[in-house]
Design a protein around this ligand. Structure first.
Ligand code: SAM
Ligand code: DTB
Ligand code: SF4
Length: 448
C-alpha cells in the first residue's frame, strides 16, 4: 500500500478536528482516486481500504452531532447488524500474525474439537489474534440484569434455583410492577449501564396477556431512557417476538445450554427443538439473538464442542453467546450432585476461546459464575476473546461480583464499556491495515 494512502487513512481516522459529515463524499472520492491510480496496491490491501471507506461512509451518512461524537462515531461500525454484515458481504477471510479466520457456517465437530483441544498456549494465541482482527479489545460491554418475575417456574432445568420442582433458597415472587422496573433501569443507567436485561422465570410467554402488556411497557420505557433492552422470558412465538421488536427490544436471550445429546439429561420439560424455534422467531423478528450455554452440567468436552457446533452452524451466528459457569444451587439435582465438580478456569477459558475462533463476529459474554474466578482468571477469559459481562451485585437470583469492584477491574485492565445503540469500535488492526482482508472474488467495489 502506498505511503500516501496509509497516511490519508490515518489522517481520516485520527484527525481530531475533522467532522465526519465533512469527511464523506469528497474525501472518500479522493481516496478512491488514489487507490485506482496506484498499480502497486495488491488485492487484499485494496479490500482493507474498502472496509475503511465503508465504515467511514456509514458514519458520515448518519452523523449529525458534535465533532467529538462524530470522530467517535467514525471509529464505529454500523449499529444495525444487517448493515454491519453488509459492510463485510464479500469478505472471504482475514489474516494476521500467521492466523487465518473467517465467518463460516459449515463448521464440523472434528474441526471445532481440534481447536478446543489445542495446547493452551496455542489456543490463547489464536483466539486473542482472532479477537484483535475483528474487535477493538479495549471495549467490553456491560449489561445489568434484573429478575422481574422470580421463581415458581414449571420447567425442570436441573441447575436452576427458580424451578418449582426443587426446594431451593428462592421464594417465588409475582411479576414486578412496571414503575419499579423502570426505577431499577434508571438506577442502572445512572450508574453507567447501557444495556438492561429483564429475566422472568417462565417456560413461555404463552397466554399471559396481561403480563405481556406490562412487559411491552417495560421494554418501551427502558428504550425511551436511551438504554439497550434485552429480555429472557422463556419460549416466544413469532407474533410475540414481533410485538417485542415493535416495543423497542434490542436483544432476546434464550440459551441452548448444552449439546443436543446432553440436553435431555438436564431438562425434560421442553425440547432442544423448542429452543431452536424460539431462536428462529427472535431472528425473524429482527431482534438480536443472544444464545449460549452453561459449563458444569456434568457434560463431556464433546458436549461443549457439540453446543458450539450448533451455534456456529445456525443460519446466522448469534450476535452474542453467553458462556455461563454453573452457580451450584443447593436443592437442585446438579447443585446437589457431588460427582459434578466446579468449573475449572482453564476449561471456561478454552470454551470462550473456541467460541471466539468459530464465531469471530459474535460478542462472547462471560456470564454467570464470575464469583468463582479470580480477577486474573477473568483476565485470561477476556484475553481469550470475551467482550461482554453482566454487572450488578446480583445476576437473577444468585450473587455476582460487587459493581464497584468490577469498575475497578475495568480500570485496571484498561477496558471501557460499550455505549448504547452504537456499533462496535472498528478493530485497530482493521483501521490501520495490519489485518489482511481477502475478498471472495471480483473487482474493487465502487467506493462513495
Ligand atoms: N426462564 C428463561 C429460560 O430459561 O428460557 C430465562 C431465564 S434463565 C435463568 C436464563 C439462563 O440462565 C439459562 O438458560 C441458563 O443458561 C442460565 N442459568 C440459570 N441458572 C443458572 C445457574 N445456576 N448457573 C449458571 N447459569 C444459570
Ligand atoms: C445468561 O446466559 N446468563 C444470565 C442471563 N443469560 C439471563 C443468567 C444467569 C443466571 C444465573 C443464576 C441465577 O442468578 O439465578
Ligand atoms: Fe425456568 Fe428458565 Fe430456570 Fe429453566 S432456567 S427452570 S426455564 S427459569
Amino acid at each position: 500500500m502506498s505511503s500516501v494512502t496509509i497516511s490519508f487513512m490515518r489522517t481520516l481516522i485520527h484527525a481530531k478536528k475533522i467532522k465526519a459529515k465533512a469527511i464523506s463524499s469528497t474525501m472518500i472520492r479522493s481516496l478512491s482516486t488514489k487507490m485506482a491510480s496506484n498499480d502497486e496496491i495488491t488485492d487484499h490491501q485494496r479490500v482493507v481500504i474498502d472496509r475503511f471507506v465503508a465504515a467511514a461512509t456509514a458514519a458520515a451518512a448518519t452523523t449529525t452531532s458534535s465533532t467529538k461524537e462524530a470522530v467517535e462515531e467514525f471509529h464505529r461500525l454500523p449499529n444495525d447488524v444487517n448493515e454491519r454484515n453488509a459492510v463485510y458481504d464479500d469478505e472471504d477471510f482475514r489474516s494476521m500474525a500467521g492466523i487465518n479466520a473467517s465467518v463460516r457456517h459449515n463448521w464440523t465437530r472434528p474441526e471445532i474439537a481440534e481447536i478446543y483441544s489445542l495446547p493452551f498456549y496455542d489456543l490463547m494465541y489464536r483466539a486473542a489474534t482472532v479477537h484483535r482482527m475483528y474487535w477493538n479489545p479495549s471495549e467490553v460491554q456491560q449489561c445489568t440484569l434484573l429478575s422481574i418475575k422470580t421463581g415458581g417456574c414449571t420447567e425442570d432445568c436441573s441447575y436452576c434455583s427458580q424451578s418449582s420442582k426443587y426446594k431451593t433458597f428462592v421464594k417465588p415472587t409475582p411479576t414486578m410492577k412496571v414503575k419499579k422496573v423502570l426505577e431499577a433501569a434508571k438506577r442502572a443507567k445512572d450508574a453507567g449501564s447501557t444495556r438492561f436485561c429483564m429475566g422472568a422465570a417462565w417456560r413461555e410467554l404463552g397466554g399471559k396477556k396481561n403480563a405481556f402488556r406490562h412487559i411491552l411497557e417495560m421494554v418501551s420505557g427502558v428504550n425511551e431512557m436511551g438504554m439497550e433492552v434485552c429480555c429472557t422470558l422463556g419460549m416466544l412465538d413469532a407474533t410475540q417476538a414481533k410485538q417485542l421488536k415493535n416495543a423497542g427490544l434490542t436483544a432476546y436471550n434464550h440459551n441452548l445450554d448444552t449439546s443436543p445429546e446432553h440436553y435431555p439429561k438436564v431438562i425434560t420439560t421442553r425440547s432442544y427443538q423448542d429452543r431452536l424455534d424460539t431462536i428462529s422467531n427472535v431472528r425473524d423478528a429482527g431482534i438480536s439473538v443472544c444464545c449460549g450455554g452453561i459449563l458444569g452440567l456434568g457434560e463431556k468436552e464433546s458436549d461443549r464442542v457439540g453446543l458450539l457446533q450448533v451455534l456456529a452452524t445456525l443460519p446466522e451466528h448469534p450476535e452474542s453467546v453467553p458462556i455461563n459457569a454453573l452457580v451450584g444451587v443447593e436443592g437442585t439435582p446438579i447443585g446437589d450432585n457431588e460427582d459434578i465438580k466446579g468449573v475449572d478456569a482453564f476449561d471456561m477459558t478454552r470454551m470462550i476461546a473456541t467460541a471466539r475462533i468459530v464465531m469471530p463476529r459474535t460478542m462472547v459474554r462471560l456470564s454467570a459464575g464470575r464469583l468463582s474466578f479470580s480477577e486474573a482468571e477473568q483476565y485470561l477469559m477476556f484475553q481469550a476473546g470475551a467482550n461482554s459481562i453482566f454487572n450488578g451485585d446480583k445476576l437473577l437470583t444468585t450473587d455476582n461480583p460487587d459493581f464497584n469492584e468490577d469498575q475497578k477491574l475495568f480500570e485496571k485492565l484498561g477496558f471501557s464499556g460499550k455505549p448504547a445503540h452504537q456499533g462496535p469500535l472498528v478493530a485497530p488492526s482493521e483501521a490501520d491495515g495490519t489485518v489482511e482482508i481477502t475478498k471472495v472474488q471480483g473487482p474493487i467495489a465502487e467506493c462513495a
